[in-house]
Design a protein around this ligand. Structure first.
Ligand SMILES: NC(=O)c1ccc[n+]([C@@H]2O[C@H](COP(=O)([O-])OP(=O)(O)OC[C@H]3O[C@@H](n4cnc5c(N)ncnc54)[C@H](OP(=O)(O)O)[C@@H]3O)[C@@H](O)[C@H]2O)c1
Length: 286
């Protein structure tokens, strides 16, 4: 099976490249090698490569900057999947599109299920939702997998930012009233490879590591685990903040816990608790 991975230089893209299963021939394209916002380029590359599966790991992920750059976010997150869906339809490839918990507004009283109504609060979430809609409206086979609070040993993410700040500062304040599911790129890649190998699967799915946390819980766990691994010299006080004490350009959902039960069943991947996954990522980083 030949699999084309877009956005191969990102957190998820790199992890997909590092975990290619036996029997898969990888065709990995970074943003410099394939710009998903360019329809002509996407059509040409996909027609030449003739993959059986396309995994779209390319995205504009700067949630706050997107508020100032809505056209750029839309080009990558909405037009990109639309172009890939069109090219996939032409060559008969399945498209696995990755999306986000930020398509939800956070008002749910229970974990979000794949068919729950979407109301994005910001430009990034709206652009990702437009990408989902383009894929769903197309004739392309495949599925959409939403994930949340993604991190990896490489790339820009909350875990690496916290480790840097914990080494530099004497104390830290972290938002405690936004709750979600931290998810390691390693477990997400495992889920995507399982989905790639199950051609009967289609529709919308959620994938997040098990358990629930606030950003504050997550930061406390990062410090504890990093201290245990000798990655930090000393513990600093971490204070819980309210969202209103830490204003950002983009609004974020207060509650974006994803219910991944369907994916765990249909992909036959058990998943792991976010804290176990965090430990694995930190060991890789150490
Ligand atoms: N990060 C999170 O917390 C999070 C949460 C929920 C869902 N997700 C979703 O998970 C997926 C993977 O995210 P990630 O964290 O791995 O993102 P990432 O680290 O920001 O990687 C995204 C990659 O896409 C590339 N890219 C940007 N514009 C492109 C274009 N026009 N054509 C081709 N490639 C382009 C980037 O390349 P350059 O660096 O060269 O621009 C980068 O390598 C995305 O669909 C994202 O929306 C992420």
């Amino acid at each position: 099976m030949k699999v084309l991975v877009t956005g191969a230089g990102g957190q998820l893209g790199r992890m997909l490249c590092a975990t290619v299963p036996a029997g898969v021939t990888l065709d990995a394209r970074s943003s410099a090698q394939l710009d998903v916002s360019d329809l002509a380029e996407v059509s040409r590359v996909v027609a030449e490569a003739r993959p059986g599966v396309i995994i779209n790991a390319a995205a504009y992920t700067a949630v706050d900057r997107a508020e100032q750059e809505p056209e750029h976010a839309h080009a990558v997150n909405a037009l990109g999947p639309a172009h890939l869906a069109q090219a996939a339809t032409h060559c008969g490839a399945r498209l696995l599109q990755v999306s986000t918990d930020y398509v939800f507004d956070g008002t749910s009283a229970r974990p979000y299920r794949p068919l729950d109504a979407c109301h994005p609060l910001g430009v990034y979430g709206a652009s990702k939702r437009a990408g989902e809609e383009a894929v769903l409206a197309s004739a392309a086979q495949g599925l959409i997998l939403r994930t949340s609070w993604l991190y990896a040993a490489q790339g820009n993410n909350f875990v690496r930012t916290m480790l840097r700040l914990m080494a530099e500062r004497d104390e830290l304040g972290v938002v405690a009233d936004q709750v979600g599911c931290p998810t390691w790129a390693g477990t997400l890649a495992q889920a995507l490879w399982a989905a790639a190998q199950r051609p009967q699967l289609h529709g919308l799915y959620h994938w997040a590591d098990l358990g629930v946390a606030s950003w504050y819980d997550f930061a406390v766990a990062i410090q504890e685990e990093a201290l245990a691994l000798g990655m930090l010299d000393r513990a600093i006080p971490i204070r819980p903040l309210r969202t209103e004490d830490y204003p950002t350009p983009a609004r974020r959902p207060a509650y974006s816990v994803l219910d991944s039960a369907d994916a765990r069943r249909d992909f036959a991947v058990a998943g792991m608790h976010w804290r176990v996954a965090l430990r694995m990522m930190l060991k890789e980083l150490a």
